[in-house]
Ligand binder design. Structure first.
Ligand code: 3PG
Length: 307
């Protein structure tokens, strides 16, 4: 019987697991669950006889793929697939997919929640400021960027976006002002929210040259990946600009340094939780299960990322 393993260090909400189970069992497959595992060896043992694998940010390394002798498909229930060794998967003949757009509203809501909490001084009772009229720059304008734009419009923010893969027309038709370069985005915007994946081009790309261009009241919002930030430069900007604030769902390595030196100018979630809602878990988990079913039953390779 086809075995589908859900291996999640950070488990899905119960309702999402029930939804995944329903799709898997209706297809005549068997579901195995490995949640909150603490050792890689547990993952290696669980994946040994799996035909299909659903993960979140769990690392699917060459070692995992070597151990997964029956594996045909891995679906990353989420957007970013930087946790999967695509080269090793391709070498093993394993199809890799993601579930684009399924958790993006949750991520956008979290970015806004952090912005609101910061603007009102952590709800501690002091006078804060409003988001209305402020400039918000969306650095990359995919599913999450578009959800951010929809929310920001309700707040009356002025919206700008830069995405190297989209034309000015593509951005403008969403009611957002396109800018020609990342430099221009940072020059114009008090808030910049990051929505790019972590890859060879984007890693370390958010640097001093960009951040130092931001106007007074500069706030960087990062619900994307820690790796896109040049941390040495980030610390330099913190030091040079007393107005600079960093709100992040993906804690930097230098987190303790920032917490010690710059009180009131940062917000770090306890653990990456942008996509941690029942709705996002259910959407992404069920999409992953359906993609596996359609691949195994019909050979459907839509959403494959290691073509
Ligand atoms: C994604 O890439 O979809 C998000 O970063 C969510 O990641 P998570 O499933 O590990 O919370």
């Amino acid at each position: 019987m086809t075995k589908v393993l859900v291996a999640t260090d950070k488990p899905f909400a119960k309702v999402a697991v029930a939804g995944i189970r329903k799709v898997v069992e209706a297809a005549g497959f068997e579901l195995a669950l490995l949640e909150k595992y603490t050792e890689v060896s547990q993952f290696l043992a669980a994946v040994a006889d799996a035909d299909a694998l659903i993960v979140r940010s769990d690392l699917v390394t060459a070692e995992v793929l070597d151990a997964a002798k029956q594996l045909k498909i891995v679906v990353r229930a989420g957007a970013g697939f930087d946790n999967i060794d695509l080269e090793a998967a391709t070498k093993h003949g394993v199809v890799v997919m993601n579930t684009p757009g399924q958790n993006s509203n949750a991520v956008a809501e979290l970015a806004f929640e952090m912005m609101l909490y910061q603007a009102r001084g952590g709800f501690a009772g002091k006078s804060g400021f409003e988001l209305r009229g402020k400039t918000l720059g969306l650095h990359a304008f995919g599913y999450v960027g578009k959800c951010m734009a929809a929310i920001a419009k309700g707040f009356g923010m002025q919206l700008f976006a830069y995405d190297p893969f989209l034309s000015a027309e593509d951005i403008a038709k969403e009611g957002v002002t396109p800018v020609a370069s990342a430099e221009e985005l940072y020059e114009k915007c008090q808030y910049v929210s990051l929505h790019m994946p972590a890859n060879a081009k984007t890693k370390l790309s958010i640097n001093h040259a960009l951040l130092s261009r931001m106007p007074k009241g500069a706030t960087l919002v990062n619900t994307a990946r820690a790796e896109v930030i040049h941390e040495e430069d980030l610390l330099r900007v913190f030091e040079e600009r007393p107005d600079f604030v960093y709100l992040s769902d993906v804690a930097p390595i230098c987190k303790a340094d920032i917490e010690a030196k710059y009180p009131g100018r940062f917000l770090f979630t306890a653990k990456k939780m942008g996509a941690q809602t029942e709705e996002a878990n259910t959407n992404a988990g069920i999409a992953a299960a359906e993609q596996i079913r359609d691949f195994i039953v019909k050979g459907d390779k839509r959403f494959q990322v290691n073509k």
